[in-house]
Design a protein around this ligand. Structure first.
Ligand SMILES: Nc1ncnc2c1ncn2[C@@H]1O[C@H](COP(=O)(O)OP(=O)(O)OP(=O)(O)O)[C@@H](O)[C@H]1O
Ligand SMILES: [Mg+2]
Length: 642
């Protein structure tokens, strides 16, 4: 055990005084220790505590970490995993917590604390609403511990929560990093060890390239990876996390680096043995992807991204924590909360794709990743290397990314139809009085507030005019819709038209996979079977109708469109085919297939849990979900057995 830092002690004192707390501290500062204090306190007092994390990899890691300390007192509930769900310390996704608050508060009675890890997710465009709703409807018997990366408006967030719950919310801020960061740059193939030194490299413009008269794209020497790795090695900068913004890029760089052998002979034997043991444990020995990775691993290199099998990702994570891996090429999700520190971090680029276009990294995102450099009590400094292409970035751009102040957290409120229905059930038309409780209302200007309220009204009216609500009550269709977050209108129409009831197990699988699937740009759809074509025709007709309804009422973003790219694979998987053969029926990455199949199981379960589904439909759904959720798709197995 260590001695608490000032900010940890301050937070713990507030907690001991029974107060809710929001903590803002840099990546790797030690926020978990505060969460652990709450957990220990609750166990000692015989009450319960809920811990929510934004991504499943993080929930799983926390489950494993806490399990070592807490044994049977820990449980996890994430939509595709449910282990020991009555435990006093319960890890869940924020979505599940929100659903429970809205629909099943009774089950939260014994939990006196809620911990939101990475609460700056409030600002996430797609999922931020879930955090906001969880905070708005926080049951009064629960205290709050919210942990955030560095954000400048933490006081404002605390004031907002205080204003709606009438109880004090203390703020604790830490700005210093326990291990300081040292920034280095590679530009025109030279590596320099400060931003001012970068200025001396010929060719780096002061201003963004778009302000340049002549075309700056010509004449720049491209950065090569060899000299960079050599530099890191000479500085004893391994282990190193190399962040890239693209899966193929991660793989290509890893394979390119394979020319170098980064491991001493002894370690090569050790890592090979460990890798083989882990592959056996996770049942990966026959997977081609695991075999391919093996050549890299032997040289101390690996890659890690969302397109990989979740089990292989976990093997790589474990290799990395063993300290035998020297360089891991990975995408951004690796930066989130997972305790995977290294001595160096490399940024392949300081720009990334933000939904619509490529732009410079937000300072907050930059530090989420950069903060992985420098391990407490091991390193005196963490090295952060930025690879600079002067045709794309100016000196001022770089300065802003690194030394600008982190962006404020802004509400991304976008109330779902399911939430509107759940609230309507409780508050009827008083649900409009809920909006002024939101962070959105707290932060926004008059016009934005008006627009937000208009959107809620438009959604409610759409639901009223289309048979979800009649005479002030939810109809069966409305009851159905309120449990299928994210896919409300499509699935409810299918339900109402009796389509769901008529589908067999294959049809249900096809439909679920289409609801959740999101194709890449220009991704081809392979040939569909007759039944898939039939289901697609119905879904497309329904979706066209929904889209037209939403456009005419100026509702945005539009409901998600169904895509049938995975129909062939899920049919084959449901027939009992091996995963390997199933892969051949799509050009989607294997890790993505696992993810979408798991999401399909989840949505099927949500449909099956609906009170208005017929016993026959429930039975068919149980069977479909059971068959999909086998072998490599079964997330629980990965957690339970290894
Ligand atoms: N007071 C302390 N003294 C020494 N080491 C500490 C202290 N507090 C935490 N640590 C160690 O620091 C490391 C990082 O801690 P932790 O994972 O809690 O960071 P975090 O603030 O949650 O960061 P992230 O933004 O990545 O979630 C852990 O290995 C932890 O054991
Ligand atoms: Mg953390």
């Amino acid at each position: 055990m260590f001695k608490y830092d000032r900010f940890q002690q301050e937070a713990i004192d507030h907690i001991n005084n029974g107060h809710s707390v929001i903590v803002s501290a840099p990546t790797g500062a030690g926020k978990t220790a505060i969460a652990e204090h709450v957990i220990d306190t609750c166990i000692n007092n015989n009450t319960g505590v809920i811990y929510t994390a934004p991504i499943k990899a993080l929930s799983n890691q926390k489950f494993r970490d806490f399990q070592n300390r807490l044994g049977d007192n820990i449980g996890i509930l994430t939509g595709d995993i449910s282990l020991n769900p009555e435990a006093p310390v319960l890890i869940m996704t924020t979505e599940i917590f929100r659903n429970k608050i809205l629909d099943d508060q009774e089950s939260l009675k014994k939990y006196r604390w809620i911990i939101f890890d990475e609460v700056h997710y409030l600002d996430n465009e797609e999922r931020g609403t879930v955090w906001e709703e969880s905070l708005i409807f926080l049951p009064s018997h629960m205290n709050l511990l919210a942990l955030s990366a560095t954000i400048p408006n933490i006081k404002q967030i605390a004031e907002w929560i205080e204003s709606i719950h009438n109880k004090p919310v203390q703020t604790v801020v830490e700005t210093e990093r326990p291990v300081p960061l040292h920034f280095l740059f590679q530009c025109q193939n030279q590596v320099v060890d400060s931003l001012p030194a970068l200025k001396n490299i010929k060719g780096l413009p002061e201003l963004p390239y778009k302000f340049h008269r002549q075309n700056p794209r010509t004449g720049y020497g491209l950065n090569k990876i060899g000299p960079l790795i050599k530099h890191i090695r000479e500085r004893e900068g391994f282990p190193c996390i190399y962040f890239v913004f693209g899966r193929r890029r991660a793989e290509d760089l890893a394979k390119d680096l394979c020319r170098f052998d980064l491991l001493p002979k002894d370690d090569c034997g050790k890592i090979t043995a460990l890798y083989e043991e882990l592959c056996r444990k996770f049942d990966l020995t026959r997977e081609r992807s695991a075999q391919e990775m093996s050549d890299l691993v032997k040289k101390g290199i690996a890659f890690h991204h969302a397109g990989m099998l979740p089990t292989l990702k976990e093997v790589i994570e474990r290799l990395f924590t063993s300290r035998l891996l020297k360089v891991i090429f990975t995408t951004e999700t690796f930066a989130l909360g997972i305790n995977m520190p290294s001595r160096s971090v490399v940024f392949d680029d300081l720009r990334k794709f933000y939904g619509r276009y490529v732009r410079n990294l937000k300072t907050r995102d930059f530090y989420q990743m950069a903060g992985r450099a420098g391990r407490r009590s091991i390193d005196t400094e963490g090295y952060v290397y930025c690879r600079i292409n002067p045709a794309k970035l100016s000196y001022n751009d770089i300065n802003r990314v690194i030394y600008g102040s982190p962006e404020e957290v802004h509400s991304q409120l976008n109330t779902s139809y399911a939430t509107v229905l759940n609230l309507y059930e409780k508050y009827r038309d008083d649900l409009y009085k809920i909006y002024p409780l939101s962070l959105h209302y707290f932060q926004c200007r008059k016009e934005e507030q008006k627009e937000a309220l208009r959107l809620i009204e438009a959604k409610l009216n759409l639901l009223k005019d289309n048979g979800y609500i009649k005479n002030g009550e939810l109809t069966p269709k409305g009851q159905f819709a309120k449990t299928v977050y994210g896919y409300e209108l499509l699935l409810s129409e299918l339900y109402e038209r009796n389509v769901l009831e008529q589908l067999d197990e294959f049809g249900l699988g096809i439909m679920a996979a289409a609801a959740v699937f999101e194709p890449r740009k220009n991704q081809q759809m392979l040939n569909l079977s007759k039944s898939a074509r039939r289901i697609r025709a119905v879904c497309e007709e329904i979706y066209a109708h929904i889209k037209q309804l939403e456009i005419s009422r100026r509702i945005y973003p539009l409901s998600k469109e169904p895509y049938f790219h995975l129909s062939g694979s899920i049919e084959s998987w449901l027939r009992g085919t091996s995963f390997e053969k199933t892969l051949l029926l799509t050009d989607t990455d294997e890790g993505e297939i696992v993810r979408y199949f798991r999401m399909s199981v989840q949505i099927l379960r949500e449909i099956g849990d609906s009170e208005v589904a017929s016993p026959l439909l429930k039975e068919k759904i149980r069977e479909t979900a059971r068959v999909i959720n086998r072998d490599i798709i079964d997330a629980e197995k990965q957690l339970r057995e290894t």
